[in-house]
Design a protein. Structure first.
Length: 284
């Protein structure tokens, strides 16, 4: 039996794939072993370099930095989703006075690098008379504008990727365009694009690290600070390992939540489809 995308491999192809798989594993293991060896050789696992991360005050500061990271992520994620939804609806509008400004906003903030946007917000606006721009506000606003613009295109692609019959069926039963979008198109688009949406939210989480360049005291800010402590041997590598592990765990947790949400959505769709089929059978 052959796949739609490629033919089922034969005995020679299977053997070749197995050999390539083994070689790949060996190469990766060799690279990791070399990295660990060099870390030992350069003294990165000495007790002095890791002593800093056993202090209670350091644990408290790490916890506070983690809260700052999660706070910036939570605000930026929610606001990005809202802004992305509004911008996507604006771009798909038939009214030019709505469509053109939404399109211009999306294209502008997708093109501006996020770091430059944060710098403009934090360092550029105060000289123009805009007061009260804290590092937190600059980080959240920059993340919202950039990721909201990206998510707007994600939502638009999800809606426009649906069969045209979905909208026509709604119009045929007398629904208005706003009702068709809200009841029929958007729920399906969000469900179909959920992996892309979650991937973008992971980007939001990682991009909070850019805030350390404008003195926002999140995880990377603290990692740089502790990595430069000379009295503990300047533990740059241990600091990178500790804080990098925290970032990895956060991203894995977010991916796990996304998978759970996706499974729940699929189960609800399956139950609804089954119930609809039973109603049809009963009617017949």
């Amino acid at each position: 039996m052959s796949s739609v995308l490629y033919d089922t491999p034969g005995p020679r192809a299977i053997r070749r794939n197995r050999i390539l798989g083994v070689v790949t594993v060996l190469v990766v293991a060799a690279v990791l072993a070399f990295v660990v060896y060099r870390l030992f050789e350069t003294g990165q696992f000495e007790a002095k370099k890791w002593e800093l991360f056993t202090l209670p005050l350091v644990h408290q500061n790490m916890f506070n930095a983690l809260l700052n990271t999660l706070q910036a992520f939570a605000y930026a994620a929610v606001l990005s989703l809202i802004l992305g939804l509004v911008l996507s609806l604006g771009r798909m509008s038939v009214h030019k006075w709505v469509k053109y400004p939404a399109t211009a906003f999306i294209e502008l903030f997708r093109a501006v690098p996020l770091l430059i946007l944060m710098f403009i917000l934090y360092y550029g606006l105060p000289p123009l008379g805009v007061e009260g721009i804290t590092p937190f506000i600059a980080v959240v606003t920059g993340l919202t504008f950039y990721n909201g613009s990206v998510l707007a295109e994600v939502f638009r692609a999800g809606v426009e990727g649906l069969p045209i019959g979905q909208a026509e069926s709604g119009y045929a039963i007398g629904l208005r365009k706003s009702q068709v979008m809200r009841i029929i198109l958007l729920p399906q688009a969000v469900r179909n694009m959920l992996p892309v949406i979650i991937s973008q939210l992971v980007v939001v989480l990682k991009d909070t690290a850019l805030g350390f360049l404008i003195t926002y005291q999140e995880l990377l800010f603290l990692a740089k600070f502790y990595g430069s402590q000379g009295q503990y041997g300047s533990p740059i590598i241990p600091s990178a390992i500790v804080f990098g592990t925290i970032y990895i765990l956060l991203c894995l947790a977010l991916a796990g939540v996304a998978k759970l949400v996706e499974l729940r959505l699929r189960s609800k769709v399956g139950v609804a489809t089954k119930a609809a089929g039973q109603e049809i059978d009963a009617g017949v």
